[in-house]
Design a protein around this ligand. Structure first.
Ligand SMILES: Cc1ncc(COP(=O)(O)O)c(C=O)c1O
Length: 416
């Protein structure tokens, strides 16, 4: 991520098809203030807090597990048909902190390992590195997860004396692959988790953005009748990234160091108290107000955004088809939603090529090699459609096509 930031700062005029940020045209200067007021009224009118209590809730250090947990639980019920106790929710500093807390809790000893569907979000592998939890890749493939490989990886790790603690998955429009897991495979994945006694970490920042008017597939957590899933959520793409609010749902009952059984969420909250004490109540209030304003439904709140991402995805796919017609060695996938499309080319795609792309062609993208942890060359790049206009997509694709054409020509010319 640092490398990408460095490249985009160095070439600020380049069209960025790299950033997985949400669309900025809908940012509204008045919204955060309005949402803060809405949440303040909620504290007073719905929860019966006195003006002094309201002030303390917003201005003081606060509850480690957060102050909008009940609204998040309601949001999950309304939008996802996920029904969990408010106490199983921990509000975190972005989804990133949620990941860190879960991985830290799972890392009990040197034989513990994490399985993760590859390619994997870099924030996950970075957090795992920080807590010294090795990540072993599981094949993703076009179906989102290769279940046979997952089982094989569990067995292989155990045969090597290791303890696979969990498998990290992004069932909806994964970052970076864009792939999704179908309903039948979600059921099979849950069954496999029970059979192999494995926890699943479901990360779902893009689930509200299926392309067009396609129906959403139930989350793993919605199908999780056996408490195998720790669910990670983010409001960065659905409300406001600047608030830095995310959350986790951990309704498993686990034994603590003292032998007492309690909620996994409470164990995670103990770790959080030593990482960030509590999540900013003011930032939580902004997100809480946004939830209240929309009856706790972010599906309803994101209609414009969903339409914009669909429009951009369609623009990108049509632009790729026009520039690389049938017979071209350039290929790409067609994700059913989300922010990302993966383009495969017949030459190595590395950081040096990205620098050349930024400097000489004025277009940024992300090498897919960044999302694999083994340093292998990967002949693919990730394009993001979330933070650009249709005109920028066309300009970016013109520039990308020029780069690819030149690389293909270079590859075809024998050295010397
Ligand atoms: C798969 C995935 N998980 C988590 C995050 C981070 O979310 P947050 O901004 O809430 O920390 C991202 C952000 O891009 C992401 O793509």
């Amino acid at each position: 991520m640092n490398f990408l930031n460095e490249v985009s700062q160095h070439w600020p005029d380049a069209v960025s098809l790299a950033a997985g940020r949400p669309y900025e045209e809908f940012f509204d200067d008045d919204a955060p203030g309005r949402w803060l007021d809405r949440f303040r009224r909620h504290l007073a009118d719905d929860l019966g807090q006195t003006p002094e209590q309201v002030r303390r809730t917003l201005f003081q250090y606060g509850r480690t597990k957060g102050i909008i947990h009940h609204l998040i639980a309601r949001n999950l019920a309304v939008d996802e048909d996920v029904h969990v106790d408010d106490e199983a929710v921990v509000v975190t500093v972005g989804c990133q902190e949620a990941m860190l807390l879960v991985l830290r809790a799972l890392r009990a000893g040197p034989t513990d390992v994490l399985l993760a569907v590859a390619p994997t979000y870099v924030g996950l592998t970075g957090a795992a590195r920080l807590v010294e939890l090795p990540v072993r890749p599981v094949a993703g493939g076009p179906a989102g997860v290769d279940l046979a490989d997952l089982r094989a990886q569990v067995h292989r790790a155990r045969a090597a004396g290791l303890r696979p603690r969990a498998c990290y998955v992004m069932p909806d429009f994964a970052n970076p692959s864009g792939t999704s897991i179908g309903l039948a495979d979600r059921q099979r994945l849950l069954d496999l988790a029970v059979e192999e006694d494995l926890l699943l970490i479901e990360d779902n920042p893009y689930g509200l953005f299926p392309a067009g008017d396609a129906d959403r597939v139930p989350t793993l957590k919605a199908l999780d009748t056996r408490r195998r899933v720790v669910y990670l959520g983010s409001f960065a793409k659905t409300v406001l990234p600047g608030a830095r609010i995310g959350y986790l749902v951990a309704d498993q009952r686990v034994g603590g160091v003292d032998g007492a059984v309690g909620l996994f969420a409470d164990q995670l909250a103990k770790i959080k108290s030593m990482v960030s004490v509590n999540t900013s109540p003011l930032a939580q209030a902004v997100i809480g107000g946004a939830l209240l304003e929309h009856g706790c439904s972010l599906v309803a709140a994101n209609r414009r955004e969903r339409a914009a991402y669909t429009r951009n995805r369609d623009q990108l796919l049509a632009g790729l088809r026009r520039r690389f017609p049938a017979g071209s060695p350039v290929r790409w996938n067609t994700p059913a939603g989300g922010f990302f499309v993966v383009v495969t080319v017949p030459f190595p795609v590395d950081d040096a090529l990205l620098r050349r792309s930024a400097e000489r062609y004025g277009v940024l993208w992300t090498p897919m090699a960044h999302f694999y942890d083994d340093g292998r060359p990967v002949d693919a790049l990730r394009l993001s459609v979330s933070a650009v206009t249709p005109a920028q997509i066309d300009l970016g694709l013109d520039r990308l096509a020029a780069l690819i054409t030149d690389e293909l020509t270079r590859a075809a010319i024998p050295a010397g």
